[in-house]
Ligand binder design. Structure first.
Ligand code: UDP
Length: 238
């Protein structure tokens, strides 16, 4: 089995390690939680293990749908072997229903269905508060090429269509979510990072109860139970 060598990076929710296999990294999910660009800090018991399973489950499904992802194999509770990539420094946000920063910015009540899916790009720069950028900024700063932007956008819409339908079957509304993409050594764009209750807004489709990190961000209580509920619905359907 692939073995960790040196730690390459420690982020807010994950650590990334180099390994003894070329082109393979190991991601280790932490229970640490942060919000508001690191201003709010805490820990969600069991989160690392849940996000590891949820993300791997969804990436494996997406892979079958023809979306290339970094997922290789689950190693243990909180660790996964992934394809080594250089992360494109963009947070790609896909929105179906108004919530969070979109509601604030455009004066829309949370829960209003958007007439079409909205795609946003934010420049991954914590020191600048991850500012929103458009395709001109992305090209002007050399963050991604025109072709890469097109590939990333196409994959993002396809992921949204597939996941929205899959989750709705499990009684979950996919309100919005954040994706990150990476470049492999041979220059291909693949889906990286994670897809989990940390990075998606999941609402119960009947009650509209929030089953995601907003419970932590907004001190709504029941954080651990919400993460467990998502895992249960996803794995129960296997
Ligand atoms: N999101 C994320 N990481 C970020 C910012 C946003 O995973 O650094 C996700 C968030 O969980 C939500 C979506 O992207 O599902 C849209 O977030 P929004 O822009 O509304 O920001 P927020 O209200 O979370 O600050």
């Amino acid at each position: 089995m692939v073995k960790k060598t040196t730690q390459l990076y420690e982020g807010k929710a994950k650590k990334v390690y180099a390994t003894d296999e070329k082109g393979v990294y190991i991601v280790s999910y932490k229970d640490d939680a942060t919000a508001f660009n690191g201003l709010k800090k805490g820990s969600i018991e069991g989160k690392g293990a849940i996000n590891n399973r949820v993300s791997n489950h969804l990436m494996a499904l997406l892979e079958k749908e023809g979306i290339p992802t970094h997922f290789i194999e689950t190693l243990n509770d909180r660790e996964t072997a992934v394809k080594a990539v250089q992360i494109v420094p963009l947070e790609v946000i896909v929105r179906n229903i108004a919530a969070g920063s979109l509601s604030k910015r455009l004066g829309l009540d949370e829960g209003v269905k958007l007439e079409t899916t909205v795609l946003e790009f934010c420049y991954k720069r914590d020191d600048l508060g991850d500012p929103m950028v458009n395709e001109y900024h992305i090209k002007a700063l050399g963050l991604a090429s025109e072709d890469e932007i097109k590939t990333i956008s196409d994959y993002s819409f396809k992921i949204n269509t597939y996941l929205s339908a899959y989750l709705l079957d499990l009684g979950i509304e996919l309100v919005d979510f954040k994706l990150e993409f990476g470049r492999t050594e041979d220059g291909n764009i693949i889906l990286a990072d994670e897809i989990s209750p940390d990075t998606c807004r999941f609402w119960d489709s009947k009650t509209k109860m929030k089953l995601d990190k907003d419970r932590f961000r907004r001190d709504l209580g029941g954080v651990e139970d919400a993460y467990k509920e998502i895992l249960k619905r996803l794995m129960g359907a296997e």
